[in-house]
Design a protein around this ligand. Structure first.
Ligand code: LLP
Length: 423
C-alpha cells in the first residue's frame, strides 16, 4: 500500500500532483510520501505489540534527514552501519539509546564515536573487532553494550548479492565459533555482553528461512545460557521483502512475520531488536524521470530517460525490476508499445527494463519508477559527472525539497588541482 496514485488522470504523491513538484525541482528526482512511511512503520510496530520489541530503521535503506526525522517522530530507532549514519541519525533526532551500530568493518574511530554517543548496542562481527572495541571502551572508561552477530549458515534474499547469512558471506561469526566468541566477549572487561544478532539477507519473500535462522539462534541462546552466559537481547535484523510489481507474489505481511517471531523467539524472554529498512521506505518513494528521446531501431524501441543507473542502480546491480508508470494516466484500453527503458549513462548495463509494455511515450513525457524509496537515492553516485538526484518529501498537500540538486560548482567543490599542474 502506498500513496502514489492517479487522481483526475494525473499521478499524485499524497495530495500533490507530481507534475507540480517537477515544475519546482525538475527531473530526475526522488519523492517520498510521509503517509506511507508512517503507515509502514506503524503497521510493523503494531504487529509486535505486546512483545518487548524495539524497531530500528535500517538507515542504509534511506538516509534522507527528513525521512529519518519523520520516523524519529514516530518513536522509531535506527540501525546504522557507519559513523556518518550514526551522526545523521542523531541529527535527525533519534536518541543514542535508540541506535544500534551494525557492520562488518567498523573502525576504531567509529567505535569511539558510538561509545561516546552512548548507543544502545554495537553488533560485533569478528574477534579482531571485539578486541578493538574492548580496547577503545577501556580507554574511555566504559563498557560497550554488545551483541555478537552470528552467521547461521542460512542464506536467503532476492538476489545472490543481497544474501548475507551463508557461511561463504563475510558477515557474522561463523556458526562453529559462535559459543567460543560469546564466552570470550563476556570475559572482556570493556565488553558488556548482551546477546546475539542475526541478519540473513534482504528482499526475502518467504518466512521459512527466517524461521530456520531464528530457531538456530534460540537453540544457541539455550546452550549459552546453560553454559552460564546471560543473554537478554536478540537482534533479528531486517530483510522482509516488499512487492515491486503487481504481478509479484505478495510477500508475508508484517503480522505473519511477527507471529513467526512470536512462535520461534518470544519464549526466550529476551528484548527483541528488529531492523527493517526496505519494508518501511521501499514503497514510500518514487523516482521521477523525463523521456529525453525515443529511439527506434529495426528490432527495438529505446525509451531514453534523463535518469540513469547512477540515480537508481538496483536494476543494473541486482537485476531488480521496478514498475514504471507514466505521470499521465493512460486511457483504459489504450494501445501499448513494447520497449526498452534505458538511461543516458555510457554503460550497456544502464537499462531499467527490457521488453516492457508501456503506453506510447514521446520526448518530454514523464514517468515514475515505483518502489524506489529504499536503496535508491542512498546508492546514487555522480558517475558520468551527473549531479546527485534531489529529494522531496510530501506531507498531505505540502511538499519540500529536502535535498537540492547540486550545482556544477557543488559537484567539484572538493577537488583541487596540484600546484605542479596549475600554471
Ligand atoms: N540489518 C542489517 C544488518 C542489514 O545488513 C540490512 C540490509 C538490514 C538490516 C535492512 O534490510 P532490509 O530490511 O532493508 O531488507 N542494496 C540492496 C539491499 C542491501 C541490504 C543490505 N543489508 C538492494 O537494493 O536490494
Amino acid at each position: 500500500m502506498h500513496h502514489f496514485l492517479y487522481r483526475n488522470g494525473t499521478l499524485h504523491a499524497e495530495d500533490v500532483p507530481v507534475s507540480r513538484i517537477i515544475e519546482a525541482v525538475g527531473t530526475p528526482c526522488y519523492i517520498y510520501a510521509t503517509e506511507t512511511l508512517v503507515r509502514h512503520y506503524r503497521i510493523f510496530a503494531e504487529a509486535f505489540r505486546g512483545l518487548d520489541a524495539r524497531i530500528h530503521f535500517a538507515v542504509k535503506a534511506n538516509a534522507s534527514l527528513a525521512v529519518l526525522r519523520t520516523l524519529a517522530q514516530q518513536g522509531c530507532g535506527a540501525d546504522v552501519v557507519s559513523g556518518g549514519e550514526l551522526q545523521l541519525s542523531l541529527q535527525a533526532g533519534i536518541p543514542a539509546e535508540r541506535i544500534v551500530f551494525s557492520g562488518v568493518g567498523k573502525t576504531e574511530e567509529e567505535l569511539e564515536l558510538a561509545l561516546k554517543a552512548g548507543v544502545y548496542q554495537i553488533n560485533v562481527e569478528s574477534l579482531p573487532e571485539l578486541g578493538a572495541l574492548d580496547t577503545v571502551a577501556r580507554h574511555l572508561g566504559v563498557r560497550a553494550p554488545v551483541a555478537v552477530r552470528v552467521n547461521p549458515d542460512i542464506g536467503a534474499g532476492g538476489h545472490e548479492k543481497i544474501t548475507t547469512g551463508n557461511r561463504e558471506n563475510k558477515f557474522g561469526i561463523e556458526w562453529n565459533m559462535a559459543t567460543q566468541v560469546c564466552h570470550h566477549a563476556a570475559s572482556l572487561p570493556g565488553i558488556d555482553f548482551k546477546g546475539l544478532a542475526v541478519h540473513i539477507g534482504s528482499q526475502i519473500t518467504d518466512l521459512a528461512p527466517f524461521r530456520a535462522a531464528f530457531s538456530r539462534i534460540v537453540a544457541l541462546t539455550r546452550i549459552l545460557r546453560a553454559e552460564g552466559l546471560d543473554i537478554s537481547r536478540l537482534d533479528l535484523g531486517g530483510g522482509l521483502g516488499i512487492p515491486y510489481k503487481d504481478a509479484d507474489t505478495a510477500p508475508p505481511l508484517p503480522a505473519d512475520y511477527a507471529s513467526m517471531v512470536r512462535d520461534t523467539v518470544s519464549g526466550t524472554g529476551c528484548t527483541l531488536l528488529l531492523e527493517p529498512g526496505r519494508l518501511i521506505a521501499g514503497n514510500a518513494g518514487i523516482l521521477v524521470s523525463r523521456v529525453v528521446y525515443v529511439k527506434d531501431s529495426q528490432t527495438r524501441t529505446f525509451i531514453i530517460l534523463d535518469a540513469g543507473m547512477n540515480d537508481l542502480i538496483r536494476p543494473a546491480m541486482y537485476d531488480a525490476r521496478h514498475a514504471i508508470i507514466p505521470l499521465a494516466e493512460p486511457e483504459a484500453g489504450s494501445a501499448g508499445q513494447t520497449c526498452d527503458v534505458v538511461g543516458p549513462v555510457c554503460e550497456s548495463s544502464d537499462i531499467f527494463a527490457r521488453d516492457v509494455m508501456l503506453p506510447p511515450l514521446q520526448t518530454g513525457d514523464r514517468i515514475a519508477f515505483l518502489s524506489a524509496g529504499a536503496y535508491g537515492a542512498v546508492m546514487a553516485s555522480q558517475y558520468n559527472t551527473r549531479p546527485l538526484v534531489p529529494e522531496v518529501l510530501v506531507k498531505g498537500d505540502r511538499f519540500a525539497i529536502t535535498r537540492r540538486r547540486p550545482s556544477f560548482q557543488d559537484m567539484t567543490a572538493l577537488e583541487s588541482i596540484p600546484d605542479w599542474l596549475s600554471s
